[in-house]
Design a binder for this molecule. Structure first.
Ligand SMILES: C[S@@+](CC[C@H](N)C(=O)[O-])C[C@H]1O[C@@H](n2cnc3c(N)ncnc32)[C@H](O)[C@@H]1O
Length: 336
């Protein structure tokens, strides 16, 4: 999306970018939970070397006064060394004043004698878009919602349907797709880099339909959309999935996060719901791109998804499968 060449690494990707692109990344990357910038690295054997490392950080790049939070990742070091580093770092950084700004989060990676310091460029987890103050059962992380939208090739202009919208995460993510991010904790003006041009566009009405059988959770979704400033762009429909598109709305993209397991009272119930979903998708959305989140990829055999691809995604500690393809009549076919 940003045209950057990133190298996949366990748990993420690495990329070399100038400061200006970093500002763009924190504003436009929708699937990333955090963006860390490596800023210093040194062998640390005693307090003096630690003080020198911390003093070398480019503190002036961030607005002050600023409190500092530290996360640690320790490999090839004893727990005594890890404890000493954490204690000494807290002691040195405690001298920094606590201001009204969100804390600057440092990630300190210890590997044997080496300590590498990175800074969290967005200042807070990027899935926290800011509008979710209420949630339904099993809300989706906004970053996973973004991955599902990307999997159906959503670009902010297609007709989109979420038939089981819960608290509205997928619909709200879709409606804000072309707006600049609101998930940075502070303004990158402080880095004196040019602000990216605004990509905000008014979303035409009538492109996004979000339904749910539960009117209470739908009211939560509507309030969430109001907080995100996109309530007018989403057509919320309180109905069972089979009755949501009676007006002839023809979706080009469908995204579904069905309930699973205990919430449904067991596997048979889950299977019955999927079969029902399958029949409705063929009737109301044939030919549309679809993305479904499931704990069991084998459950997809009940769904009419052609050319399906499946990838594992981390949903806040739970691993699920994101299956994407095209809605087709007849049995599911997999491409890989
Ligand atoms: C896992 S939740 C969706 C969570 C949502 N993605 C979010 O971020 O909040 C599944 C939703 O499906 C809805 N649901 C279950 N059966 C349904 C049906 N037959 N028709 C429409 N909605 C249904 C439930 O009410 C629930 O809100």
């Amino acid at each position: 999306m940003l045209g950057l060449l990133a190298e996949p690494v366990p748990g993420g990707a690495e990329v070399d970018v100038p400061w200006a692109d970093l500002a763009r990344m924190t504003q436009t990357l929708r699937c990333a939970s955090r963006v860390y910038v490596r800023i210093a690295r040194a062998d640390v054997r005693d307090g003096q070397e630690l003080r020198r490392l911390l003093a070398s950080l480019p503190w002036s790049l961030w607005p002050l006064p600023q409190s500092v939070a530290v996360r640690w990742a320790v490999r090839k070091a004893t727990s005594a060394r890890a404890g000493w580093l954490a204690h000494e770092t807290d002691r040195i950084l405690a001298l920094r004043p606590v201001g009204e700004h969100p804390p600057l989060t440092l990630l300190m990676r210890v590997t044997g004698p080496e300590v590498e310091v990175s800074v969290d460029a967005a200042g807070r987890p990027m899935h926290q878009r800011g509008w979710r103050t209420e949630q339904g059962e099993a809300p989706l992380r906004e970053t996973v919602a973004a991955a599902m939208l990307r999997a159906v090739g959503y670009d902010g202009t297609q007709r989109l349907w979420d038939p089981m919208c819960g608290s509205g995460t997928l619909a709200i993510e879709a409606a804000t797709w072309r707006q600049p991010a609101q998930w940075r904790a502070w303004d990158v003006d402080a880095w004196q880099v040019p602000q990216p041009a605004s990509v905000a566009k008014l979303l035409p009405r009538g492109l996004i339909v979000a339904g749910d059988v539960d009117p209470e959770v739908l009211a939560v979704a509507r309030r969430n959309a109001e907080r995100a400033g996109v309530a007018d762009a989403i057509d919320f429909r309180p109905a069972e999935l089979a009755g949501q598109l009676r007006d002839g709305f023809v979706p080009q993209c469908v995204v579904v996060n069905p309930p699973w397991g205990r919430r449904l009272g067991g596997r048979n119930e889950a299977r019955r719901l999927l079969q029902r979903l399958a029949a409705v998708l063929v009737r109301d959305a044939l030919g549309a791109r679809v993305a479904i989140l499931t704990p069991e990829p084998q459950a997809m055999r009940d769904l009419p998804v052609a050319h399906a691809t499946s990838r594992q995604v981390d949903c806040g500690g739970t691993s699920l499968f994101l299956v994407a393809g095209t809605i087709a009549a007849g049995p599911a076919r997999r491409s890989r």
